[in-house]
Design a protein around this ligand. Structure first.
Ligand code: NAD
Length: 288
């Protein structure tokens, strides 16, 4: 297996910026690339603030934070960022056409040995693998939000992902201090989000059947199962619009009516009650 020295992260949004920081903290040289100079500037500012805050809280030394920030560079040029990259993590906007173009460009610009991974939560890497011209070196490397904190990384292989690509990606995740989970076949939602989805579906059924209240179901999840949040609280945090649209997209892919959003969720979505972001979802929130 080839040693990884330089990582390119494509996309400087919520996920890409933190994935870049995780890699820089682990000692890698990292370039974060985005088509938006504003997003890059915001990412640089937010990461600097985060490092300042973790130094102030005694979680890391000033020297470590400064050294990690010095290993991070930002650019709008995919070609510059890819030129000497050993590993690429694509975390751009969740649109297939966008990702296909990025993987085609990476196939041209990145060194022949470079592995090209996508952080997509819903698009299996098989959908972009051929565009890259090196399908066996393509897989999903799926981080969780916030990437600086969450330990799980799902590594999802597609039919022609090589074993060397899988092994290198698992090793990279471990070197970032993460706990990788290997997923042998592309399935919608991979593993963690499927588990969460099953819990959410059962919670919705229990509530809709009048078995228990939203608050009591959340209490049971927290006090009996040890979850940090109940399924309804989590839906409100993530956004009911996100939960609804993911479900709708899954239904469009499978055609299985069982995958449609639950009517209770659809009702809140149709009312524009998306959870914390709108002040009302399963619970009501004080705007302050
Ligand atoms: N947000 C989450 O909770 C979460 C969790 C796990 C995985 N993901 C996945 O991570 C990816 C990014 O999600 P996000 O929440 O960070 O999105 P985001 O909207 O915060 O950021 C996306 C970034 O991609 C940039 N971008 C768009 N087109 C580009 C291009 N052609 N080249 C380079 N950059 C481009 C945008 O300017 C933006 O800065 C998605 O694939 C998503 O499925 C998201």
């Amino acid at each position: 297996m080839r040693q990884i020295n330089k990582i390119l992260v494509v996309g400087a949004g919520a996920m890409g910026s933190q994935i870049g920081m995780v890699a820089a903290l682990a000692g890698y040289r990292v370039t974060v690339q985005d088509i938006s100079a504003d997003m890059l500037a915001a990412a640089r500012r937010q990461l600097t603030e985060r490092m300042d805050s973790s130094v102030a809280k005694g979680r890391r030394t000033r020297d470590d934070a400064d050294a990690a920030l010095a290993r991070l560079t930002f650019t709008t040029s995919l070609e510059d960022g890819a030129a000497d990259a050993d590993f690429v993590i694509e975390a751009a906007t969740e649109k297939l056409e966008t990702k296909r173009k990025i993987f085609a460009a990476l196939g041209r610009a990145a060194p022949a040995h470079a592995i090209l991974a996508t952080n997509s939560s819903t698009l299996g890497s098989s959908k972009v693998a051929e565009d890259s011209g090196r399908p066996e070196q393509v897989c999903n490397m799926h981080f969780f939000n916030p990437a600086l904190v969450m330990k799980c990384v799902e590594v999802v292989r597609h039919d022609t992902t090589s074993q060397a690509t899988v092994d290198t990606t698992l090793d990279l995740a471990r070197s970032l201090g993460k706990a990788p989970v290997l997923i042998n076949r592309e399935v919608p939602g991979f593993v963690a989000n499927r588990l969460m989805g099953a819990l959410r579906d059962e919670a919705l059924r229990l509530y809709a059947d009048g078995i228990a209240s939203v608050a009591d179901i959340d209490t049971a999840a927290k006090t009996a199962l040890g979850h940090p949040m109940g399924p309804f609280e989590l839906m409100d945090l993530v956004g009911l619009d996100v939960s609804y649209l993911i479900r709708q997209a899954t239904f469009e892919e499978t055609g299985d009516p069982a995958d449609l959003p639950h009517p209770a969720l659809t009702e809140l979505y149709d009312q524009g009650n998306y959870g914390r972001k709108t002040g009302k979802g399963w619970y009501s929130y004080d705007p302050q």
